[in-house]
Ligand binder design. Structure first.
Ligand SMILES: Cc1cc2nc3c(=O)[nH]c(=O)nc-3n(C[C@H](O)[C@H](O)[C@H](O)COP(=O)(O)OP(=O)(O)OC[C@H]3O[C@@H](n4cnc5c(N)ncnc54)[C@H](O)[C@@H]3O)c2cc1C
Length: 505
């Protein structure tokens, strides 16, 4: 569904001086805002704390014990085909999306023996759901007849923000119980889904879960199949985009932390930067896009008491981060069995949520695996309780890998890397109303990122890309300059007539 751009002058050339914009954060949201602003002629300065672009989809070099230079990253990412805005961003540098490759299936397995797959399902709703039910061991026709149909109707017709107004007070687990969703299917499909949003179903807003179901299943023709990066993230995605941004005149400064911001002497803001080598520096800008992660934003606001107003700052302070998660990469001296898929979702295997076999799709991993006759495996464990350490988690996660793929128990780990972080946002019940949007109390300051409220059915990477575009559009509107069109899956369910049957809250 197309959301047309707001009209205006073709670029910022009509303004008395060319606006200079600081974009703080070089993840997807910041890169998306940078592209949209530079294309309309703004003088864009992209400031990124790390030495690489991509944020949580970034990657960096690491030398393995065998001397091989590998690229480590923050973990497997699924690029769904309905990520229209993200794909449009990537297409600017890679028109054929050659940096992505299709994943033909990704089974979900439960330790009790259930297995669901998505390959070969029709793509058109509701045929996709009917075909899924027809072959799923966890969701049978008998289960369909037991669904409390009226309570389940919100699953069939989602609208944003209407669905949030209706369901945000509930957690996802209670909603699924309320509608009579079969337990086995809850454990498999929905738990895997919910935990991929870094939260247990009891901690996630029901509105968020229902919107996800709409985006990834019932609301789009693209279905649940996705693409993955054909090589490490920098090579597949960010080096080409960086070249594109350079051609648009964007100045990109990696390894540059924005420590604080305040009123500028010559322009609206003065941005205080710190580089590990060259020390501190100030940059005066007319506008800024805050495209950091949540923790980065909180630190920046603590150091910048003059930004925004107290109500807005309170809303940011109230946002919550999801519990910690672990991404472990193992380089094994033996290959896993040939039938192991590139990606497997798991449920009922302790802390283990999924297993990827990188040589199935990533060029550099496949070269290493071929040379060493081994395998490169990645394990994800989300929504970890308490304050776990890698030393505690490692043996538990390895034991679960050996249960899922027993042949890995006989392999020697040539090398390994672990990333234990807690930098993803949580979308808890009752969080939507207070979630900040792109606009802030200052017309020259906008917010972008995957935690920002965007009233379109988008999530995760696509929410980051969309929020970046909305942030750019907000600034462009203030300069009477044409914005950028956005796309989303339909923002009303395909079964809108069913709305009349629905119980009210
Ligand atoms: C393990 C894992 C798996 C995931 N899998 C998927 C998936 O399969 N599909 C999906 O759609 N999404 C997935 N996601 C979520 C996805 O990665 C995020 O939604 C998305 O990358 C968020 O982008 P962002 O630009 O909002 O934030 P970020 O990527 O966090 O970017 C923020 C940037 O700001 C920088 N920064 C912070 N403070 C400062 C400062 N003071 N100065 C300068 N720079 C600063 C940070 O270094 C960072 O680069 C996954 C995430 C993780 C961690």
């Amino acid at each position: 569904m197309l959301h047309p751009a707001r009209g205006g002058r073709p670029d910022v050339g009509h303004l008395p001086h060319r606006p200079r914009v600081a974009i703080i954060g070089g993840g997807i949201a910041g890169l998306s805002a940078a592209a949209c602003l530079a294309e309309r002629g703004a003088d864009v300065r992209l400031l990124e704390r790390e030495h690489y672009l991509g944020g949580r989809v970034g990657g960096w070099q690491t030398e393995l014990v065998d001397g091989h230079l590998a690229t480590m990253n923050r973990g497997f990412h699924a690029f769904f085909r309905q990520y229209y805005n993200l794909r449009n961003l990537l297409r600017r540098a890679d028109p054929e999306l050659a940096g992505l490759v299709g994943m033909s299936d990704y089974p979900l397995v439960h330790s009790a023996g259930y297995r669901d797959t998505f390959a070969g399902l029709p793509r058109t709703p509701p045929l996709n759901a009917l075909a899924f039910v027809a072959r799923s061991p966890t969701f049978t026709w008998r289960d369909v007849t037991r669904l409390r149909t009226r309570a389940a109707l919100p699953l069939a017709h989602v609208s944003v923000p209407g669905t949030y107004e209706q369901l945000d007070h509930l957690d996802a687990a209670s909603f699924l119980d309320r509608i009579g969703f079969p337990k086995a299917a809850q454990h498999l499909a929905f738990e895997v889904f919910s935990r991929s949003f870094f939260a247990d179903p009891g901690e996630l807003s029901a509105a968020e879960l229902v919107t996800m179901f709409h985006i990834y299943f019932l609301g789009s023709n693209e279905g649940l199949l996705f693409d993955v990066a054909a090589d490490c993230f920098p090579r597949s995605l960010w080096h080409p985009l960086q070249c594109y941004l350079h051609r648009q005149g964007v100045h990109i400064h990696t390894g540059t932390t924005v420590e604080s911001m305040g009123p500028g002497r010559h322009r609206r803001f003065s941005v205080q930067l710190a580089h590990p080598q060259s020390g501190r520096e100030a940059l005066d800008v007319d506008a800024a896009v805050l495209a950091t992660d949540l923790a980065g934003l909180r630190t920046l606001l603590q150091n910048s008491p003059q930004l925004g107003d107290s109500a807005w700052r309170r809303r940011i302070a109230g946002l919550r981060s999801a519990p910690p998660f672990l991404v472990s990469r193992l380089w094994l001296d033996r290959p896993v069995r040939h039938e192991r898929p590139g990606f497997l979702g798991t449920s009922g295997y302790g802390p283990l949520d999924n297993v990827s076999v990188l040589e199935r799709y990533e060029r550099s991993a496949s070269e290493w695996a071929r040379r060493r006759a081994g395998s490169v495996i990645e394990l994800h464990s989300y929504a970890l309780a308490g304050s776990p350490t890698v030393d505690e988690l490692r043996p538990r996660v390895l034991a679960e890998l050996h249960r899922v793929y027993p042949e890995t128990a006989r392999a020697t780990i040539v090398d390994e890397r672990h990333e234990l972080r807690a930098d993803c946002p949580l979308f808890p019940p009752d969080g939507f109303r207070e979630r900040p949007g792109v606009a802030t109390p200052d017309a020259n300051l906008v917010l972008a990122g995957d935690f920002v409220r965007v009233d379109l059915p988008v999530a995760l990477m696509e929410r980051a890309a969309t929020a970046g575009m909305c942030a750019a559009n907000e600034l462009l509107a203030g300069w009477d300059t044409r914005g950028h069109a956005l796309w989303s899956v339909p923002d009303q369910g395909r079964f809108a007539a069913l709305r009349k049957l629905e119980p009210t809250r």
